[in-house]
Every structure is written in C-alpha cells, then in structure tokens.
Design a protein around this ligand. Structure first.
Ligand SMILES: O=C(O)C[C@H](Nc1ncnc2c1ncn2[C@@H]1O[C@H](COP(=O)(O)O)[C@@H](O)[C@H]1O)C(=O)O
Length: 460
C-alpha cells in the first residue's frame, strides 16, 4: 500500500506544470468538454434562431445563460459530466445529457430534442478540437514561439558586427559574425511562424457518414449544405464540405508538420548555442543560488538548452506520430483519432516547455568578445581562401602568371598554423597587381566577414 496519493504520470503535469499549464486551459479533457458544450449550445441557438421545426428563438437572456455554460464549466461541472459519462460510456453523449439538464433548469424542455440534433459525435468533436487547437496555438504556442524569435533577433542585431571564426565540419573556416549566424535561425523560424499563423482550421458538420441523410429525412427542402457551412464558419472555422463521418484531419497533419519543423530548427539552435558555450564564445551568467554541478563547483551547465533539446525531440516524435496516424481512418470512421487527439496537448506541451527554456537560456548568456578575437588571431590561415580568389581574378585579368593558385595556397596552409607575418610575407611575394596586393595585406581574420553585418537586415 503506497503512502502516496495518485501521482501525475507525465512530467508536463508534474515538475513542468507551471511552464505549460496555460495549454491545459484548451487541450485538457476539461478544455475539450468545454468546447463541446459550446458547440452543442451554438447549434441549439442556431436551430432555434432559424425557427427550424416550428421552434422559436430562445429569448436573449436565456441565450446568454446558455452561452455561459462553457465559460462556467468548472471543477464541479467536470465532476458532474464525469458521473454522466460513467453511465453512458460515451463521452459526447454525456455532454448531450449535460446540456439537456441545463435546458431543463432553464425551462427550455420544449427544445430539448434539438440538442445534438442530426449530429454525429464527430460533428461536435471535430469542431471542438478545431476550436481548442486554434486557441492553444494562437494564444499560447505562437506567443512563446514569437518570444524566442524576438530574443534571437535582438541578439542577432546586438552581435551583427562581432566577427567569429566559422567552423564548417568543426574546423576553422571563413569567418562570419555571431549576429549573422543567429539571424539565419531567425529567418528560418520566421518562415515557420508565418506558416503556423496562416494555418487553416477546418470543420465538418454533415452527419453520420457526411451525407446529410438524417437532416434530409427531417426536412427534405432545406439547403443543409448551406446550413452546415454557415454554422461552421460562424465558429470562425473553415468549412470542409466533403468528408466521411470524420473531418479528414489533413489540416492537423499540416499544422503538426510545421510545428515539428519549427522544433527541429530550434533543436539546431540549441545544439549550436550549446557548442558556442562549450567553445567559450558565450559565457553563462551565473544564477544566484543555483548549483551547476553537484560535484564540480566551478561549473555552470547549459541545462536550459539541454532540457529544450530533449523536449523538442519528444514533441517532434509525438507530432510526427499524430500527423501520420490522424490522416487515416478505416472506411467511414474508426476511433483511433479519438484516442490519438487526446495527446495533442502533450505534443504541443513539450514544445512549449522547450520554448520557455530557450527564452530563459538566451537570457542567461553573453558574448565573450575577447575569446572570439583570440580565436580569430590564432587562425590566419582562413585567409587562404581570399588570397586564392584574388590570385584567380588577377590571372584572369592578365595581371599574374601564377599557374595553380589553389595548389600554391594548399602548400602554404593545409593543416598548418600560420601567423600574420607568414601570410604577409607570402602575399608580398605574390605575382599579382599592386592594388590587389594592398587589398590582401589589409585583410585580417577579423575583417574577412564579407557582408555579414548587412545580411542581418534581412530579419529586420
Ligand atoms: O455519433 C456516434 O457516436 C457515432 C459512432 N461513432 C463514434 N464517434 C465518436 N465517438 C464515439 C463513437 N462511437 C463511440 N464513441 C466514443 O468515443 C470515445 C472514445 O474514447 P477514447 O478511446 O478514450 O478516445 C468513447 O467515449 C466512445 O464511447 C458510430 O457508430 O459511427
């Protein structure tokens, strides 16, 4: 017998709860049920507002009270719905009974049979999911994503002129600036941001097999497609006219692929920043009272970036799984999507947690300009590329009789450490025009950064 009460199984509901709880507002079971109540109520109001089947519009005060059911869906109401579901063993049917009870309390029994009218559960479910996923993405995930981009952009601008040795293949390579490198990530993330901001949230509302058969049997003269479109779009969603029982979930697959892609770009950022910290390019600002290593007192470990890396991997794995499985459903429906979609919050939650750690991590680093400069000063051989390129231009212009500039430079520099003086002597002895020689002699690893600083303009 355990001394513990039931414990949260997921770390998102345990140690990381404070960082991701905002998502639970929308993507928890309660959030989903609240949206289901909203959709059932709106359908009821729609039907009565249009006086269908001899009904009359619900008086405004009672409409207001019905519309309060969703925002007022609290702990007691969750328990009541849970009790209903323990009898129905059907989650959406339980919501229908819950709404019927409230109608009865409001003296609206005469329209009780219009609750869930002609709807299959998926009609309610798909609209509810579209609403909660839309709100979770636009109100929680995107703001956190934008916060990372904004912080990165600020640092890209701050460090746009700070020359840094590049390391293609991990080896000293043509210098760049720290700001330009961060700007590359901003540019990539901005594309994802725009895609996610433009995401479509589709909804279907067409009955058990998407044919409006039940609707037509109740009223054969009504343009039920027009009703369906008007109702779906009134919720701020895009109407999907042609489906089986279920909304086909293609929009979800698209959205999750975009978010997973964003995760992977962020993962690349985390491992790069981790490496820059490891090289000493970024210094970590000590947090008062915090312990780096339990045994090595000198250390500050880059734990925010490592935590983010792990959470991005988990998020992407879940998002990939969702994107793959949600687009298939046997024949007109199977229930795999019902079970799978319950994990959308978990998938976005791991990404949200990573975003909050990246923002925090970026706020705890500062550029070590001395080390960047020192590194450049000990790698003059990176100018070999510039010298070779100038010699080629001089040969072409007829100002040089050198035959194989690449071999010449390779001989001088490959795998060797050469200093400013060695290089100056080499350039001085080159058979090239005077202007080109002066240009080369003026070059240092610090200034051989091309238009790095100007490239940062692309993210402004
Ligand atoms: O409108 C309908 O219900 C039509 C019915 N299809 C269903 N559509 C949507 N939900 C259904 C369906 N069937 C079951 N359930 C209920 O789904 C819940 C599945 O639970 P879980 O696996 O935990 O996600 C769980 O609560 C199930 O009871 C059909 O026969 O085509």
């Amino acid at each position: 017998m355990s001394a513990l009460s039931p414990q949260p199984l997921s770390p998102l509901d345990g140690r990381y709860a404070s960082a991701v709880s905002e998502l639970g507002e929308f993507l928890s079971e309660a959030g989903l049920n609240r949206a289901r109540i909203q959709v059932e109520v709106e359908w009821l109001i729609y039907l009565t507002d249009h006086s269908l089947f001899g009904s009359t519009p619900i008086e405004l005060e009672k409409q207001r009270q019905l519309r309060q059911l969703a925002p007022n869906f609290g702990d007691d109401e969750v328990a009541e719905l849970g009790a209903l579901e323990s009898t129905t063993k059907h989650d959406v049917k339980a919501v229908e009974y819950y709404v019927r009870r409230r109608l009865s309390e409001l003296g609206l029994n005469d329209i009780a049979e219009l609750t869930h009218f002609a709807a299959t559960s998926e009609d309610i479910n798909n609209l509810s999911y579209a609403l909660v996923i839309r709100d979770a993405v636009t109100e929680v995930w995107l703001p956190a994503f934008r916060a990372v981009i904004d912080e990165l952009r600020a640092q890209a601008v701050q460090y746009r002129d700070d020359a840094m040795l590049a390391r293609t293949h991990g080896q000293p390579a043509t210098p760049t600036t720290m700001g330009k490198e961060l700007a590359v990530t901003v540019y990539r993330l901005e594309r994802i941001r725009k895609q996610v901001e433009a995401a479509e949230y589709l909804g279907k509302f067409s009955g058990a097999t998407g044919t409006f058969a039940a609707h037509l049997s109740a009223d054969g003269d009504l343009d039920w497609q027009a009703v369906s479109r008007e109702f779906v779009t009134s919720l701020g969603l895009t109407w999907n006219p042609l489906t089986t029982q279920i909304e086909s979930h293609d929009w979800q697959a698209e959205l999750y692929s975009q978010v997973a892609h964003g995760n992977r770009i962020l993962h690349n950022l985390c491992t790069d920043v981790w490496t820059y910290i490891s090289l000493g390019y970024f210094t970590q600002i000590p947090v008062a009272g915090a312990t780096g290593s339990s045994t090595m007192p000198h250390k500050i470990n880059p734990i925010k970036f490592e935590n983010a890396e792990a959470n991005l991997e988990l998020s992407s794995a879940l998002l990939d799984s969702l994107a793959q499985t949600l687009v298939t459903s046997r024949l007109q429906r199977d229930l795999t999507d019902s079970t799978t979609q319950r994990n959308v919050g978990v998938a976005l939650g791991h990404s949200l947690l990573a975003l909050s750690n990246i923002t925090a991590g970026l706020g705890q680093i500062s550029l070590n300009r001395e080390l960047l400069a020192e590194d450049l000063d000990t790698n003059w051989e990176v100018l070999a590329e510039a010298i070779q390129t100038v010699v080629r231009a001089e040969i072409t212009a007829g100002r040089s009789s050198i035959t194989d500039p690449y071999a010449l430079l390779k001989e001088l520099t490959r795998g060797k450490r050469i200093g400013a003086d060695d290089l100056a002597a080499f350039v001085d002895g080159l058979d090239i025009g005077d202007a080109a020689k002066q240009r080369l002699l003026a070059l240092t690893p610090h200034t051989y950064v091309g238009i790095s600083s100007a490239l940062v303009e692309h993210i402004l």
